[in-house]
Design a protein around this ligand. Structure first.
Ligand SMILES: Cc1ncc(COP(=O)(O)O)c(C=O)c1O
Length: 387
């Protein structure tokens, strides 16, 4: 069979080798510490679950939704006011089935085949997949250790900036755990204005940020909604990864274009899920804060514990991830991951899967409680892999 040329833009599944090894080790009865997948192990708040259960009991809610409920859009506006002090209106909001889907598709509404788009490297893989689907040419702007894994706008060549259609920025950053600051966002907005580039801010981790820093929204900055939109996911803040709830929020024209695109294929979000989202956005937020403290405790346990056994892993500043340089004698993050799994039973994600500058690192997800993380650290020490 012959498939579209578009499919040739996507590489082979690089996780196959890791999965095979994991299954083989499990069959041998080896103890596994799976730090590879970024899905929270914390519980979903009871009031959110109840809202979904109640709504699902009503047959009316099993019909096509066809639209975002007005009360859901109002709930997003209310949340942005309460949480970020930002005033937005319902025409500045639309739903999508997770930021993954939203970012995967938005390029189709914003650019044409061959257009240049600016993506961070390393980055969350769907930024690259979305650009490829739209037929765009990525220009990767580096996020390097020497610059605290932050974008350096001034280093983007003028000829690239002039032709770029959109730029993706995502802080706190998966995989590096770096976080933004006011000056950086002001610079990004000025840059986007100067070169007429749409800014897409992926804000998946505004509630998982450490050491007393409060996570912000991109829309808090002057001029942000003139130049761009923010994807705001409920997945990680509220432990709703499976429910697939995110919003594209900001510039009304971009939101309308995105809505028009999705309207061609989408009959709306399942109504009980919309009700669950309303419950999350309008309900108490104490659990979100407590959870952030738990992630910080895990971060301290993992990064501090690994440093104690001689692996110089810096503290992550936000997200549910830790970005660790691989030992010097390794040249491939995949080889290191396979050896680490074999010798210690610890599963990480190879840095190479996060774009051109991900090689040389592995990403670990903070998805186990401190006790299990300490066991994983002990297993790494005993394996001798760091020697
Ligand atoms: C940076 C980033 N963006 C988007 C997503 C996907 O989020 P969602 O569950 O809303 O699709 C993730 C998930 O890990 C992420 O880390």
């Amino acid at each position: 069979m012959k498939f579209s040329k578009r499919m040739d833009r996507f590489g082979d599944e690089i996780f196959a080798a890791l999965n095979e090894k994991k299954i083989a080790l499990e069959q041998q009865g080896k103890k596994i510490y799976n730090l590879s997948v970024g899905t929270p192990d914390f519980v979903t708040a009871p009031h959110i679950k109840q809202a979904l259960i109640d709504a699902a009991a009503d047959q009316e809610n099993w019909k096509y939704a066809l639209r975002d409920l007005p009360e859901l859009l109002e709930a997003v506006c209310g949340y942005y006011q309460k949480r970020f002090g930002v005033t937005i209106t319902p025409d500045m909001v639309t739903t999508c089935f997770g930021s993954q889907e939203g970012i995967g598709h938005i390029g189709l509404a914003l650019c044409d085949e061959g257009d240049t788009v600016l993506l961070p490297t390393p980055c969350y893989p769907v930024f690259i997949a979305g650009a490829k689907m739209a037929g765009a040419e990525p220009y990767y702007y580096p996020m390097v250790k020497e610059n605290n894994f932050l974008p350096e706008v001034s280093k983007i060549p003028e000829e690239v900036a002039k032709k770029a259609k959109f730029m993706v920025v995502s802080l706190p950053s998966n995989p590096t755990g770096s976080i933004g600051n006011d000056a950086l966002y002001e610079e990004l907005i000025a840059f986007a204005k100067k070169y007429e580039i749409v800014l897409i801010h992926d804000n998946a981790y505004s509630d998982i940020i450490f050491d007393g820093v409060t996570g912000k929204s991109f829309l808090q900055y002057d001029g942000a909604s003139d130049v761009g939109v923010e994807f705001f996911s409920l997945s990680k803040s509220f432990n709703l990864t499976g429910a697939r709830i995110s919003f594209c929020i900001g510039n009304p024209e971009i939101v309308a274009a995105f809505k028009k695109l999705r309207g061609q294929i989408d009959f709306g979000m399942f109504l009980p899920i919309q009700k669950a989202a309303i419950a999350a956005l309008t309900g108490p937020l104490e659990m979100v804060k407590e959870q952030c403290a738990s992630y910080q405790e895990r971060r301290d346990t993992l990064c501090g514990g690994l440093r104690e056994i001689g692996w110089d892993v810096p503290d992550s500043h936000g997200t549910m991830f830790v970005w660790a340089p691989i030992p010097e004698r390794y040249t491939s993050s995949m080889d290191f991951c396979l050896d680490l799994m074999e010798s210690a039973g610890v599963i990480c994600t190879p840095g190479a899967s996060f774009g051109p500058m991900g090689e040389g690192y592995v990403r670990m997800a903070l998805v186990l409680p401190p006790k299990k993380l300490r066991e994983a650290i002990a297993a790494i020490r005993e394996s001798g892999i760091l020697a």
